[in-house]
Write a protein that binds this ligand. Structure first.
Ligand SMILES: *Cc1c(COP(=O)(O)O)cnc(C)c1O
Length: 425
């Protein structure tokens, strides 16, 4: 660092606990002073081009004036009010607008405060759907190798137990069925046989459509989703699409399930929902799911209610983000990014130790055979003036959709040149 770190950093670091971080050995995190567009300014004045958009949330770039103004207006009126017994305009507007944008049939929105909780709510909805019908055995889920659905306990249970970050907890998690995605005839038959055998114990199937994100940036095609829909229908299972990563244009369409023409029974959204400004999650169900909770029995109500659900500031931010999807050419920008990422990352394909280069929408991935020292590689990227956060054997870019052509070229150029030096070692 050029200058000494700021006082808040030296005084506070001894008391902070960071995510997925071995606090004994990890290098110090970078103190950030501010963000703007696709740039992160560090406390020492250095500026990094952001390749990750803060875990895929800041899809319009940081500090977009339209979202900022919406939050400020809402702040003056009402930063928060509880959602038990009370409702407000930002939440009801947002619910109506999400339903209008989602595939037909998804009609009822339950808000919460994060992605993992949106997944918890989806799983609870699915289990209670059956309980409300008097069917107690249908409580387990089919999930997939390479899948990631969050860090809370139910969400952890449907993550890939081997590739994921939660293998340590295997013994204390509910036992789910972790299957291969039905990507070809043989895996399709194996999947169908699995459902044939276990359907009576199953509440539903949960999958990230088209792109499995945190589990390894793995792509599959739309036919897989049609296979899952048909299989779910055959056994009366609920199909849950976790679009927390893929939703809001990341894969090239507003929602990843669109090209498959498949509507799930439940969908989860978060990450880019507020344009990267505030925590908010949503679980949206079909009328059929919703109606299973309508009853004269008070215990048939959906038994969930996070304190900060439907926070008005977060809902105002999400409404402003939806305004931007309508008023600015996001899908065209993503299409242009897809071409630029493919072109810019292509030279990495010929490097030693590179196993694959793949691009879908605004997601560019370089998969290596392995990365021995992730910390050192992260540091190389910082030195190259970009913020890129490789994990396991994956280096990926998921920038804001508003990134300039020049900054995007600098990102792909940095990935290729850093990996060129790196893989030569
Ligand atoms: C990030 C993510 C989650 C968890 O969201 P949090 O807000 O981190 O709890 C769940 N599912 C998918 C697909 C995600 O990418």
């Amino acid at each position: 660092m050029k200058n000494a770190p700021p006082e808040w950093f030296t005084h506070g670091m001894g008391h902070i606990w960071l995510p997925y971080t071995q606090m004994k050995t990890a290098a110090d995190p970078l103190p950030v002073a501010r963000t703007q567009g696709s740039r992160i300014t560090l406390a020492d004045g250095r500026e990094l081009i952001d390749g990750i958009a803060s875990w895929w949330t800041a899809c319009h770039g940081y500090n977009h004036p339209h979202i900022r103004a919406a939050i400020q207006d809402q702040l003056a009126l009402m930063p928060h009010v509880m959602f038990g017994g009370l409702v407000h305009e930002p939440a009801l507007d947002l619910a109506r607008r999400l339903v209008a944008l989602l595939p037909d049939g998804l009609t009822h929105v339950f808000f919460c405060d994060s992605g993992s909780v949106a997944v918890e709510v989806a799983m609870k909805m699915a289990v209670q759907f059956w309980l409300n019908k008097g069917i107690t055995a249908r409580s387990r889920f089919v999930a997939f190798k390479g899948g990631y659905h969050g860090d809370t306990f139910a969400a952890m249970s449907v993550c890939d137990p081997e590739e994921g970050m939660h293998g340590l907890f295997a013994k204390v998690l509910p036992k789910q069925l972790i299957a291969e995605l039905p990507i070809d005839p043989s895996s399709g038959q194996a999947f169908d046989a699995l459902l044939e055998r276990y359907a009576q114990d199953l509440a539903g199937i949960i999958v990230e459509p088209l792109v499995q994100g945190a589990g390894g940036m793995l792509f599959h095609d739309a036919q897989v989703l049609r296979h899952l829909r048909a299989a779910a229908d055959r056994h009366g299972l609920l199909l849950i699409f976790d679009e927390i990563f893929t939703g809001f244009a990341r894969t090239g369409t507003l929602f990843a399930c669109e090209p498959a023409g498949v509507t799930p029974d439940i969908i989860t959204l978060s990450k880019a929902l507020t344009g990267g400004t505030m925590g908010l999650g949503a679980t949206i169900a079909t009328n059929t799911v919703f109606e299973a909770f309508l009853s004269d029995d008070p215990n048939h109500a959906l038994m969930h209610g996070p304190t900060f659900m439907a926070n008005p500031l977060a809902c105002a931010a999400a409404n402003a983000s939806l305004d931007l999807f309508a008023s600015e050419p996001r899908l065209r920008q993503v299409a242009a990014m897809e071409a630029a990422l493919a072109h810019g990352l292509e030279p990495a394909r010929d490097l030693p130790h590179v196993r694959d280069v793949r691009v879908k929408g605004a997601i560019g991935v370089v998969e290596l055979n392995r990365i021995d020292d992730l910390g050192a590689l992260k540091h190389r990227f910082i030195e190259a003036g970009v913020f890129v956060r490789p994990f396991r054997n994956i280096v990926y870019l998921t920038p804001a959709f508003t990134i300039s052509e020049e900054d995007l070229n600098r990102l792909t150029g940095a990935v290729v040149s850093v990996l060129k030096d790196w893989t030569r070692l």
